[in-house]
Design a protein around this ligand. Structure first.
Ligand SMILES: *Cc1c(COP(=O)(O)O)cnc(C)c1O
Length: 379
């Protein structure tokens, strides 16, 4: 609190004001309207999906995909343990049991090897597994080729949590186009924002139509508001969709700025023994990453300082930094959950630090961050 340089603040300007003002003047001040329709079309086209449904949050998108697939009590859903709570919460909303799966060490994404172990064990125990939810951590896609292959082998659907990875790609395929369905978030701290919002992306027309219906209280298409199933009030506002269209027009520019920051950090830490950038060894890896948040991992056996030391020094200078997500299997709210855990995510939590990565950072901001980092790391 009281930071002057934030981790990932919204980057909103003149263009977004024009879009929102035009939407206000249009009279479509509701969770319906031409900007919402256009925003869905534009995002779907951007990632190469047939259908997009604009929703009030990424969490709502996760929730409705699971509802629509009929996931519920008695089902087990393997989920990446190194994630924001929303991923696991959505599984609980439908009464299913999240099964927490540990990370691969390079990028912290769900380990396909451990996912296979989890599915083999659950299969052996006769548990019903309708879906898995991999997460693209901090803007780097999980290994969707391997995940898709394992999921197909066990007849399990993939719900890709791409809340952090809009604009990233995996072997040339865009985040959001991977999995049977994918979820984006447009929360205030994400790579682009509608202040709050989310989207479900899929090539399955029936799924998209059902999620759209569920998001507007599951009204049947008749004048007297007929309902045959339980619905939700999860639709995205037309005004916020207009904001999203403005942000989308600037997405590549904003990603470019975050990627340039990633390169600065790469250079800054290049001479520091025991320090690496989470999720990518080089520029080629960064090109597929949307560079939403840059995180370093500091090996305390090699480095003379720890991630926590650097976090404290940055904080004292008014600069926000944060550990990577606390693994869900270490969260008190998940104490009752089981999983396939090998300690990797916990190690990344203990030794990782996310650094200011916003596209609106000024040159002065970056110079200050670099100065504080050098004070800790040495010249
Ligand atoms: C932000 C985030 C979400 C939730 O998105 P909201 O729009 O905030 O509901 C879900 N999963 C992950 C991994 C996220 O980072």
């Amino acid at each position: 609190m009281g930071f002057t340089i934030l981790l990932s603040p919204p980057d909103v300007g003149e263009l977004e004001q024009q879009y929102v003002t035009a939407a206000l003047r249009s009279g479509w001040v509701a969770p319906a309207g031409p900007d919402l329709d256009a925003f869905e079309r534009e995002v779907a086209a951007r990632v190469g999906r047939a259908h997009a449904v604009g929703l009030s949050s990424g969490t709502a998108a996760l929730h409705l995909a699971l509802v629509s697939w009929g996931v519920g009590p008695g089902d087990v859903v393997p989920v990446s343990t190194l994630t924001f709570a929303a991923t696991v919460n959505a599984v609980r909303y439908v009464g299913a049991e999240p099964w927490l799966v540990d990370s691969e060490p390079d990028g912290g994404n769900i380990s396909p090897v451990l996912l296979r172990q989890a599915l083999e064990r659950l299969h052996r125990e006769g548990r019903r597994v309708p879906a898995v939810v991999p997460v693209d951590l901090l803007g780097k896609c999980a290994d969707h080729d391997a995940i898709g292959a394992v999921a197909a082998e066990f007849g399990v659907r993939v719900l890709a949590d791409a809340a952090e990875s809009f604009g990233a790609s995996h072997h040339g395929r865009a985040a959001g186009s991977l999995g049977d369905a994918a979820v984006l978030s447009f929360n205030g701290n994400k790579i682009m924002t509608t202040s709050g919002g989310g989207m479900l992306l899929t090539d399955d027309a029936a799924l998209a139509a059902h999620v759209r219906k569920l998001s507007t209280q599951a009204r049947e298409p008749v004048a007297h508001y007929e309902h045959t199933e339980v619905g939700y009030n999860y639709r995205l506002s037309n005004l916020l969709a207009a904001l999203g269209r403005g942000q989308l027009a600037r997405l590549d520019e904003m990603i470019g700025r975050r990627r340039a920051l990633r390169e600065r950090y790469r250079t800054l830490f290049a001479g520091c023994p025991g320090v690496r950038i989470l999720g990518g060894a080089d520029d080629a890896d960064d090109a597929a990453d949307n560079c939403w948040l840059t995180a370093i991992v500091v090996d305390p056996d090699v480095s003379a300082w720890t991630a926590a030391d650097l976090g404290r020094a940055l904080g004292a200078a008014g600069i926000e930094s944060r550990p990577v997500w606390k693994p869900m299997h270490l969260q008190p709210v998940c104490a009752d959950l089981d999983g396939t855990i090998d300690g990797t995510a916990e190690r990344l939590f203990d030794t990782g630090l996310t650094l200011p990565s916003g596209s609106g950072l000024t040159d002065d901001d970056v110079a200050l961050i670099e100065r504080v980092v050098r004070e800790v790391t040495g010249p």
